[in-house]
Design a protein around this ligand. Sequence first.
Ligand code: FE
Length: 191
Amino acid sequence: EYVKVLRKLSFPKIKNFLMNKILKILFCLLFLQSCSQTQKPKSMENQTVKNPYYSRTDKTKLNVSNAEWKKILPTDLYYVAREADTERPFTGKYNDFDEIGEYYCAVCGNHLFRSSSKFASTCGWPSFFEADKDGVSYKRDSSHGMERIEVLCKRCDSHLGHVFNDGPEPTGMRYCMNSVSLDFQRDSEKK
Ligand code: FE
């Protein structure tokens, strides 16, 4: 009889105690998980090997072989930047994108464009009317039965896209770029 009474009294207390413990452990796990997620570096997600040539400040000209770039760069970037491939229109991450900041070469980190020179083009690739004159160089391109002017990164000689003379004022130029060749940094994220 006595045991029965004791059971009735203590059972809810034990239940509450256990529930509290379980809730506390769950909260700890959730907190730890959210911490580890925010600490994962975003820019390295797609990269297998660290790129030792990437710098936003070093302007030294690079002379790196395609064999070496192939080991360093993500596959899609390698074929566009080093073998002048073109990404499919309307697929690039910066095609429909109008945030305020700076665009850098995705291969070497060299500064290429300011967002204020980007315009809404209907061609399917991110387009700019003006480039950083210290950032890009030009080369005549007669491939694919067309006469075009190829735009390259001045520091690493990577292919970026082409420039055409059907752009808007004030320059009348249209730098038609591959999104994969560009790295973007928002002004609000600058240190
Ligand atoms: Fe570059």
